[in-house]
Design a protein around this ligand. Structure first.
Ligand SMILES: O=C(COP(=O)(O)O)[C@@H](O)[C@H](O)[C@H](O)COP(=O)(O)O
Length: 359
């Protein structure tokens, strides 16, 4: 199966009312776990690599790995996506290495730390969308800055994310500005801010509407019913994974993620791409700890990695099933990127901005 663009995959998801988890990868084991899960339930996949992943694994390694996964699993459409591109070069080099989709995150400046002005975000995202569309690749933009509505803290981690305190306005995407942003940039998907943040420590209690503002998604969807929305920071940080880590010597303080039922609610209101990385990391890390503690004499990496892959596979499958992704891989006929490029050039894929519904 050829690689699929994010745009085609999310159009299919919108027509049929499902969402697609976007799982991050850094290595072969994560790639195999995602694909095994997808094969088991006939789900199309979005695999994404951050700038950190590209540095960790090397672009050539990632590119060949995706080639291999597509060859091993010929029936599964694979969208390869750049997570949080910080500038034009990051996005263009990703496409050069076979990515079919890029995120241009202009909510932050190129340092990936400093919140950017709206004008900066508009200008750079429009430019990247124009260039990516020339070759048929898709573009996700971001409006609003990820961070905690509980504390007002931004979410700097691993060299990515704003630093310091953010205002309530920065932490929530403005629905009217979203209409202007999508119209002017022609992005294929829009990442919004609604109180989620990357990593395991999102909420100090099970989130309610004051700290996880799902109503913002509903308001944006009412104004932009044809735009594919993206939720970042959407790991659920399941209690059972925290327990496994802590049972085997970990020291994770009690924390709460985004409940799966809230994501499913978002999917009913236009969320089509759901970013999940932390849950996969926790699933794997729990198994590393378990093997290390139960079999202190073990030193074959495969004995650690195989149960870790199995745990990640089960996690991915559960999300494919909860989001309605399962059962859709075999229903998709992949459109080549050259054909997508033609469709962009004739304006067929321009954003369909419906006249705003009355509130
Ligand atoms: O939203 C994301 C993950 O959310 P999560 O922490 O799983 O709730 C991704 O977009 C992040 O960009 C990804 O986890 C960052 O990974 P690295 O930069 O550490 O590779």
């Amino acid at each position: 199966m050829a690689r699929i663009t994010l745009r085609q995959l999310l159009d299919h998801a919108a027509e049929r009312g499902y969402g697609v988890p976007a799982f991050n990868i850094n290595n072969m084991e994560q790639g195999l776990a995602i694909m095994e899960a997808a094969k088991a339930c006939d789900a199309p996949v979005i695999i994404q690599a951050s700038r950190g992943a590209r540095i960790y694994a090397n672009d050539i390694m990632l590119a060949k790995m995706i080639d291999a996964l597509a060859e091993i699993y010929p029936d599964i459409p694979v969208c390869m996506h750049q997570d949080h591109g910080n500038d034009e070069a990051t996005c263009m080099t990703a496409i050069r290495h076979g990515f079919t989709s890029v995120m241009m995150d202009g909510s932050l400046l190129a340092d990936a730390k400093t919140p950017a002005s709206y004008e900066y975000n508009l200008e750079i995202t429009e430019r990247v969308a124009r260039m990516a569309h020339w070759v048929g690749a898709s573009v996700e933009g971001e409006l609003g800055v990820l961070g905690s509505l509980e504390t007002g803290e931004s979410e700097a981690e691993d060299g990515h994310g704003a630093e310091g305190k953010l205002s309530h306005d920065q932490l929530l995407t403005d629905p009217d500005q979203a209409v202007d942003f999508v119209t002017r940039t022609k992005v294929d998907a829009l990442a919004i801010a609604c109180g989620t943040s990357h990593g395991a420590y999102k909420f100090t209690r099970k989130p309610t509407g004051d700290i996880l503002a799902m109503r913002v998604i509903e308001e944006i969807h009412a104004k932009l019913p044809n735009t594919h929305l993206v939720m970042h920071g959407s790991s659920s940080v399941p209690q059972e994974l925290q327990d496994v880590i802590n049972r085997y010597g970990g020291e994770m303080p009690q924390t709460f993620g985004v409940p799966v039922e809230e994501i499913v609610r978002g999917i009913k209101h236009g969320v089509r791409k759901v970013n999940i990385d932390t849950d996969c990391r926790m699933a794997m890390a729990g198994q590393f700890r378990k093997v290390a503690m139960e079999r202190p004499g073990e030193f074959d990496p495969r004995k650690f990695l195989k149960p870790a892959m199995d745990a990640m596979r089960d996690l991915c499958r559960a999300r494919f099933e909860a989001f309605g992704t399962a059962g859709n891989a075999s229903k998709i006929k992949v459109i080549p990127m050259d054909e997508m490029a033609k469709r962009y050039s004739t304006g067929q894929l321009d954003p369909q901005i419906a006249t705003a519904k009355a509130a």
